[in-house]
Ligand binder design. Structure first.
Ligand code: 1CP
Length: 347
């Protein structure tokens, strides 16, 4: 069975002796070969040059027997295409060029034709697919409208994280106009990704946890649902929602093939609660890869054992690989998951 078949079978909740494995942020600063390229090119140069983006995408796959690649890009290319660029701070992290606070700011954002500016992503996808063939799965991704709005209204992490929630509560009309515009671009972009030949599209709702559970449906999930509809079954959608205060059944009913969760969620319990038409993806704590290799192996085995024999499981970290991760620990993780076999459970 190819890695790509394994990945697609897991998303369809078919029985497998071991789960497919990939990592969020599997390309990035923990890899010396990434840092070497970054020393010569800015992040945006890497992301916007299809040959370079393809090379960075393939870096972790050359080192590790991962089952899937994720195209090298960023969720913030969408606001950037709408006319709101982001900058790298001297001290690390990112910052938006301006924040959206009023109707006048909203008027600065482009909707029509914005997604077309992201053609460099689909070109990079074409290059990666040509090199990977059908051996391994290839994922595209997009931020959720709520999470993108969190950057566009709050600014980068460490800024006023309540500004978007305040807009939702105090100026519902402005909120809906903003989210409607972002969603329109995200839907165009998802259609482009789905047609570019990716095997799945991950939607990152990294800041979904800023919503209290009673507003999540209106503030975030309704816009995500439109994106899932835009994929139109051409590529399965994986929905990553960070945090644990969600109505998981409502997320599962949004139409995604899989729900992806962080390490604060009890994954076997979530698997029990969701129907076997929706896969779960998760959720090793990225911190488990920061210390010794033995600890990384034990943490991976414990998650594998807890999910042994269950259908509809994709093994991933609960969030991105941290830049300080020793690359050897990722090797140990990959070896541990690949060596695992378990018989299917009755259920
Ligand atoms: O080289 C550098 O210094 C830039 C670091 C970096 C990298 C490697 C950024 C800036 N983005 C990326 C790539 C990236 N981002 C990928 C592709 C790589 C891969 O997965 O292999 C993906 C899928 C993302 C997605 C992304 N970007 C998310 C969603 C996932 C998550 O981490 O929750 C988010 C929130 C971002 C925003 C972003 N981009 C970059 C940074 C430093 C941040 C976080 C900003 C912040 O909140 O402080």
């Amino acid at each position: 069975m190819t890695s790509r078949d394994r990945f697609l079978k897991a998303l369809r909740c078919e029985a497998l002796p071991r789960p497919p494995l990939w990592l969020m942020r599997q390309a990035g600063r923990y890899l010396p070969e990434y840092r070497a390229l970054r020393a010569r090119h800015s992040f945006l140069e890497l992301a916007r040059t299809p040959e370079l983006a393809a090379e960075v995408t393939l870096q972790p796959l050359k080192r590790y027997a991962l089952d899937a690649a994720i195209i090298f890009s960023d969720i913030l290319v969408v606001p950037e295409a709408m006319g709101l660029p982001f900058l790298f701070r001297e001290q690390g992290g990112i910052e938006m060029a301006f924040t959206v606070k009023s109707r006048a700011d909203l008027a600065r954002l482009t909707v029509s034709g914005a997604a077309k500016k992201l053609h460099y992503v689909t070109e990079a996808i074409g290059l990666v697919r040509a090199r990977l063939g059908n051996e391994r799965a290839l994922l595209g991704f997009c931020g959720s409208p709520w999470t993108l709005a969190a950057y566009m209204v709050n600014g980068g992490a460490g800024n006023n994280l309540e500004a978007l929630t305040m807009m939702f509560r105090l100026d519902a009309k402005l909120f809906r106009e903003l989210l409607g515009r972002i969603t329109a671009v995200c839907c165009d972009y998802v259609r482009m990704l789905a047609q570019s030949g990716v095997d799945a599209i991950q939607i990152f709702d990294t800041w979904g946890g800023l919503c209290s559970p009673e507003i999540y449906g209106e503030a975030s999930l309704q816009w995500i649902r439109q994106m899932v509809a835009a994929a139109d079954g051409q590529a399965p959608v994986i929905l990553f929602a960070k945090g644990k205060g969600y109505d998981w059944r409502a997320l599962a009913e949004a139409g995604a093939a899989a729900v992806s969760v962080d390490w604060t969620v009890d994954l076997p319990a979530l698997r029990e609660r969701l129907p076997l038409t929706v896969a779960v993806q998760g959720n090793l704590n990225p911190a488990a890869l920061l210390a010794d290799a033995d600890g990384a192996r034990r943490a991976a085995e414990s998650l594998l054992a807890s999910m042994a024999g269950r259908r509809g499981f994709v093994f991933i970290l609960g969030h991105g690989v941290r830049p300080e991760t020793p690359p050897e620990n990722v090797s140990v993780l990959v070896e541990t998951v690949r060596a695992w076999t378990s018989a299917p459970r009755a259920k």
